[in-house]
Design a protein around this ligand. Structure first.
Ligand SMILES: Nc1ncnc2c1ncn2[C@@H]1O[C@H](COP(=O)(O)OP(=O)(O)OP(=O)(O)O)[C@@H](O)[C@H]1O
Length: 259
């Protein structure tokens, strides 16, 4: 399965007259780990919210020949667009397998959990192996490490066979090893699916992004490879100037390393 491109054109989102996203265009293809970065309030999450139908946007967001904007959330999910949130939204009291069952739309009675392994479907088996969670099948999600919870969310999207994975700050709060494992996981997933990552972590972006779009105040500031974006004086000004205090230090480190 190789999916079509996601093409966002002239996306606008307003909140009571405030322009949060003011004409953003970018595209994402299978085979690349696509990053959306920018200072706090740049409009990154709002772009994802609009693409997934949580927020009303105008312009266009097409997956292949299907327009996503204007469709209800469940129809967009059915077209194969999945997302994660900044805070993992797994069911803590349920096991890893039960969470994956829910994602797969399956209902498994408690008694059958005892024979859980035998009843694991191929798609769940694959998602568990891909995300390194095979050994955690019967673990309640609530006691997984922070990184494992994020991987479970990604596994849930794989079980749903999402063609597009929109990931909002997937490595926030992760250890260095977990970040590396996540980056490698995203590279594997991106071979056949569209992976779009919203991140603040510049080191992670630098290691794993194939193409980057930099947003600033609801507009595209710069777009290109990591090297191109880092060399762009506009990006340097935003990250090293007055804007984006939270990410300035991180970007500065990246820029220094590039020298
Ligand atoms: N529901 C809403 N109502 C009003 N304003 C909103 C709403 N959601 C977002 N905004 C505003 O839109 C702008 C863009 O927010 P958004 O969350 O998309 O930024 P972001 O780039 O994802 O930032 P961060 O990195 O801090 O998550 C911000 O100024 C934010 O305050």
């Amino acid at each position: 399965m190789v999916t079509d491109a996601l093409v966002v054109t002239d996306l606008h989102v307003e909140f009571s007259g405030f322009v949060a996203v003011g004409g953003v265009s970018f595209d994402a293809h299978p085979g690349e780990v696509r990053f959306l970065i920018g200072p706090n309030g740049a409009g990154k999450t709002t772009c994802i919210d609009a693409i997934t139908g949580l927020t009303r946007g105008t312009g266009s967001a097409r997956l292949g020949d299907q327009e996503l904007l204007g469709r209800p959330v469940h129809k967009i999910v059915r077209l194969g667009v999945g997302r994660t949130f900044q805070t993992a939204s797994v069911f803590d009291e349920l096991t890893v397998l039960q969470n994956l069952d829910i994602a797969a739309g399956r209902h498994r009675r408690s008694a059958s959990l005892l024979r859980a392994r035998r009843g694991v479907g191929a798609s769940i088996e694959h998602a568990l192996a891909e995300t390194g969670l095979t050994g955690e099948l019967a673990t309640p999600a609530g006691i997984l490490s922070h990184g494992q919870k994020q991987w479970l969310e990604i596994a849930m999207l794989l079980v749903q066979d999402a063609r597009v994975l929109l990931l909002d700050e997937p490595v926030a709060g992760m250890s260095q090893d977990e970040r590396t494992a996540t980056g490698e996981l995203l590279q594997r997933i991106a071979a056949k699916r569209i992976v779009l990552v919203v991140e603040h972590d510049m080191d992670f972006m630098r290691r794993f992004a194939t193409r980057v779009t930099v947003l600033h105040q609801g507009q595209v500031l710069s777009q290109g490879t990591v090297a191109e974006v880092q060399a762009d004086p506009k990006v340097q000004e935003v990250y090293l100037g007055t804007a984006g205090a939270a990410t300035t230090a991180a970007m500065a480190v990246v820029l220094e390393r590039e020298d």
